[in-house]
Design a protein. Sequence first.
Length: 366
Amino acid sequence: MEEKDLFKYFNKPNIKQQQYLDMWITLNRECNMRCKWCYAASTGYAKEDKLSVKDVKDLVKLAKSLGVKNITLIGGEPTMFNELFQVISFIKQNGLKVILVTNGLRLADAIFVNQLSKAGLDSLSISIKGYDERTYKSNTGGYGFSNIERAIGNVCDLNIELLITIVITYENINYLPEMIEKCQKYGAKRFSFTFSYDFSGINRKSKYDINREIFDMVNKFQEVYYDINRMTDGNFRLKQSFPLCAWNMEFIKMMEKRGQINYVCQLLKNSGIVFNERKELIPCNAMHGSGLGVFGVDFWDSESFLNFVESREIKKIFQRFRNLPDKKCYSCPWMIKCRGGCISNWYNFSMLEFLQCKQERENNVT
């Protein structure tokens, strides 16, 4: 597909017919963890950086008028939002599915989990940051693994859909089966995997070392895949973070056939809407400082919102985010599905360096 054709594909003129299925609402920036790879570290996790209940209700009304089906509450750490139960109840009253993404620490309190259930929470995603207390301390700055174990048990005792999201890092990639086993011990059945890279020390590493570690993680996942598949009965999804050319393509085809891979995010698919804690429309939560427009100022209802995102200026901004990382990507047969992986990665390394590292590794193998 040519570059000009790709522009048309991802910027269809009938955006008013676009069906937005999902909305992510950032309730707050306060958090009880300090994960070393967190994209929101620059916010300072300030307690006062949060939406009001009225703000949340206004965004929920907007979501309903746009035909959104699912609202995902994110942070910071959304369980530290004092009016969380009230917000969940309001979303359910408007006939929408409500999902909560959390680090799980507060869910160790069975009473708190029971209140979430009574409020009407449909689904929970608990993000797992380590495989024992030592790795939790290393990755998050605090102890919490025993809390996560209790949290999983508390959620599984109630009628709340639970997804365990395991954050894959260079440090824990060798322990994925152990992490799954510990979660299953307390009742977890559904799993999701997402790669994360700690860019906090990026200036102390060469570009080659960064790319080498990424390829090492991909190769290791391919090695442990069959253990993961067996342990979960195939009931898991891998969120694509890195370009598909980092993988063995026969492996990707197999995972795709089994329905075990999620390609590209809502930004690249134009299927969802994200708001930060300042009511700003943002491309994705990792770009929390890239506000495009403010609810109540630049748009205030579904019609004005659609006119806003259809405007020439905003479409050009979104197109800039959706640009592929390298011109070679346009001739790739997997381009539409891959899109170069998570676009935030390309703020830290280039596709050229990535492909050079890949070629060197292939030459060493042969």
